[in-house]
Design a protein around this ligand. Structure first.
Ligand code: ZN
Ligand code: ZN
Length: 385
């Protein structure tokens, strides 16, 4: 450990505020990448060559000495106008760290510094992944494609959690964040005068029935013990009061926590849309955009991390979130553990992606220790195997 934790923490807070003030959208994190590299250089941490245009890969320790593990933090911001009123609010108007990825990347920098200070004690190699483009663009897939996970035994990551207090960690085996699917349904009928519906094929009545029927999937097809969400979030049809339009569109998202439910719900969805279309004699097309799968925590390694994290934090059983995470893409190819780190805990704390979302700097310490202490523990665990 460093001699003076308080000075170190103050330095980290400064770094976070600087990042918060200069947020960048997914795949455009050029200045953020520079800042991370400068900081790592300052601490003499090895930066690895990569084909990634944004994001940074670094390493501490020695792979010939033991296993290789990876620590991941995401670094991108969102297209949101910040309304926190903070002294260090975004200077890049219209872009905001509204998901707290500034918190993630700062804590990974902090962890890098501590691990470097005790590099001799590492029984293996720790690879640091400062991942670009988590929001919508599946940056994790790019990191995987670039080959940075090839020799990795386990990857650990986390997300700040506004409902947990600084010093608290939420963990659970299995699904901690949902699989994400996006759908867009187009309905094509025949337009006509509103007074003569029998001369057309009404897409609005068909759409209304479809949207209502879809809710029966969650209510009547999925086990009440499983969490599934179907949300229709946008509908569009017609231009005026006395014309029945010839097309209608609705879109939305499905969230689920198992591959089995994911596929089953999609199948039921397609059946209901097609059969309702038949009843109303209209035609339809469904466009699916597949998001990340379930953020699925490895049972054995999560239990190792839960036990170890109790040494420096209050650890709770996490309530799974219906949000999605591309950390799931790593977990699709290797074991991974994803935790929620307490970052607010005040009763009125805004959630992720809100224009007044904030994290409390007091939470950084636990986020740093989550990476550092669990790196030592996991390398020891693989050493013993
Ligand atoms: Zn987000
Ligand atoms: Zn996020």
């Amino acid at each position: 450990m460093l001699e003076n934790w308080q000075t170190f923490e103050d330095e980290l807070v400064k770094i976070r505020h600087q990042i918060h003030q200069n947020p960048e959208l997914s795949n455009q994190e050029f200045e953020t990448t520079k800042l991370i590299k400068n900081q790592l250089d300052k601490w003499h941490i090895k930066i690895v060559d990569t084909v990634l245009k944004t994001g940074v890969i670094a390493e501490i320790g020695d792979g010939s000495n033991g296993a290789t593990i990876a620590l991941r933090a995401d670094i991108d911001a969102l297209p949101i106008i910040e309304k926190t009123g903070l002294a260090y609010s975004s200077k890049n108007i219209g872009v905001m760290h509204a998901c707290g990825h500034d918190f993630h990347l700062t804590s990974l920098l902090g962890a890098a510094r501590l691990l470097k200070a005790n590099e001799g004690q590492l029984n293996g190699l720790v690879r640091l992944i400062f991942q670009p483009a988590e929001e919508n663009y599946r940056g994790a897939l790019k990191v995987i494609k670039a080959g940075h996970l090839k020799d990795v035994k386990v990857i650990i990551g986390d997300h700040n959690h506004p409902q947990l207090l600084p010093g608290e960690i939420g963990l659970i085996t299995g699904g901690i964040m949902a699989a994400v699917d996006q759908f867009m349904v187009k309905i094509i009928g025949v337009g006509t005068h509103a007074a003569n519906p029998h001369l057309g094929k009404d897409v609005i009545v068909a759409m209304s029935q479809m949207i209502n029927q879809l809710q029966a999937i969650v209510a009547r097809n999925v086990s009440p013990a499983d969490a599934v969400v179907i949300s229709v979030t946008r509908i569009e049809a017609g231009n005026t009061w006395n014309v029945l339009p010839d097309t209608a569109v609705f879109e939305g998202t499905i969230r689920s926590f198992s591959n089995q439910n994911r596929q089953y719900v999609k199948d039921r969805f397609s059946t209901i849309v097609k059969q309702t279309a038949e009843i109303y004699d209209v035609s339809t097309s469904i466009r699916w955009i597949e998001g990340p799968g379930v953020t699925n925590n490895d049972i054995e390694l999560t239990n190792v991390i839960v036990a170890n994290s109790k040494k420096f934090a209050k650890v709770f059983k996490a309530a799974p979130s219906n949000g999605g995470e591309d950390f799931a893409d790593y977990q699709a190819i290797l074991p991974g553990v994803f935790a929620f780190i307490g970052s607010n805990g005040k009763p009125n704390a805004s959630g992720w992606h809100h224009s007044d979302f904030t994290v409390r700097d007091e939470g950084l310490k636990t986020a740093v220790l989550y990476y550092v202490e669990n790196s030592y523990r996991l390398l020891e665990y693989f050493d013993e195997k």
